[in-house]
Unconditional design. Structure first.
Length: 360
């Protein structure tokens, strides 16, 4: 049984990891979260009464509080998910991304390193610092219409663990910076680190600034469903609970110094994603006109990456992980969850966000 310190555990992916660990293992969790606009303890109601769960409202940039948390809770593992993560928001206000994703990661690394150095030999050897990152650090991949003369059935390249970094946005640049810091702390100081890079997550408890929850909620309220540009940007979609299982696999079975790419094997154009949501809503909550009639094309995001796609072969071969959800089953579960939890959606937006367009 391990004590796992999870940063950003009240966020979308972090809360899924917390719920997975408390519900499916005997490990304990210390959830460290600043509770910014996207952090919500209502996402953890199902586990908050557990004796194996503790919450600390702490900013990862606050070194004194980090030192206290390490000293008080004595974690065996750190899973670092705390981050600013919305590309549009990073275009509007990049400073928060530099502060949290770069300075915050540096501060956490230093607190973890000083804690780790004081451990006895057995606990020092068992300690892990798992940094959770994104596929967006790799930039973007060729799109089908960019491959002159390419056959439709010919395979396009995928992101692998050795793909060079070429971030496009303030968000992805800040995450690339944090990845480099984590690897440097292994190389220079010996801190036992692991890095994972994941594709686009979706599922329950997702803050409504992101495409899938925004479209679901706008559709239900009769509002426009905004499509950037032509909607032909391609993303690889990963159900958040599959990601949580993968992250636990990595932190318990992965090798120090390795990078693991985690993807859902679901490349979809943004327009196709929105149309599929509309089709599901047509069947679950039908109205006089199809939801797809609410689709509206808007000005594209500056510097918008055209295509992301993960090669998760290493996760499959070395850690025996595969996603359990298809895009169709995962998306239907997601839509059904938002239909059943509209109160959660309202609470998480109150006073912070009204689904306005950012990043123009």
């Amino acid at each position: 049984m391990k004590k796992i310190l999870i940063t950003g555990g009240a966020g979308f992916i972090g809360s899924a990891v917390v719920r997975h660990i408390i519900s499916n293992t005997q490990d304990s969790v210390i959830n460290l979260d600043k509770l910014t606009y996207a952090g919500n303890l209502e996402s953890l109601v199902s586990v908050e009464a557990s004796e194996r769960y503790a919450f600390e409202q702490v900013d990862i940039c606050d070194r004194a509080q980090l030192d206290r948390v390490f000293s008080q809770h004595q974690p065996d593992v750190v899973m670092h998910l705390a981050a600013e993560s919305h590309v549009d928001r990073s275009i509007t206000g990049p400073s928060d991304f530099i502060q949290t994703n770069i300075v915050g990661t540096y501060t956490l690394l230093e607190a973890a390193r000083h804690y780790w150095m004081q451990l006895d030999a057995e606990h020092k050897a068992a300690f892990r610092f798992h940094h959770i990152s994104t596929d967006e650090v790799y930039g973007d991949l060729p799109h089908l219409d960019e491959q002159e003369g390419q056959a439709v059935n010919q395979e396009l390249p995928l992101f692998t663990e050795t793909t060079p970094y070429a971030p496009s946005s303030p968000y992805s640049a800040s995450k690339a910076s944090s990845d480099h810091l984590v690897r440097a702390w292994l190389r220079t100081y010996g801190l036992p680190t692991i890095v994972t890079n994941c594709s686009n997550n979706y599922g329950p408890y997702h803050f409504p600034e992101k495409l899938i929850p925004l479209v679901i909620l706008n559709a239900l309220e009769g509002k426009p469903l905004p499509i950037y540009g032509k909607g032909d940007q391609i993303r690889d979609w990963l159900y958040v609970e599959d990601h949580a299982r993968a992250l636990y696999k990595v932190v318990t079975e992965g090798k120090i110094g390795e990078t693991y790419n985690i993807g859902g094997h679901n490349e979809k154009q943004n327009l196709e994603v929105v149309q599929t949501i509309c089709s599901i809503l047509d069947s679950l909550v039908p109205k006089a006109t199809p939801y797809a009639e609410q689709i509206t094309y808007v000005t594209d995001r500056p510097g918008h990456d055209r295509r992301y796609a993960i090669d998760a072969t290493k996760m499959s071969n070395e850690l025996n992980w595969q996603p359990e959800e298809t895009f169709e089953t995962g998306l239907r579960k997601t839509v059904e969850w938002y239909l059943a939890n509209q109160e959660w959606s309202q609470h998480v937006q109150d006073g912070t966000y009204q689904r306005e367009r950012l990043g123009i």
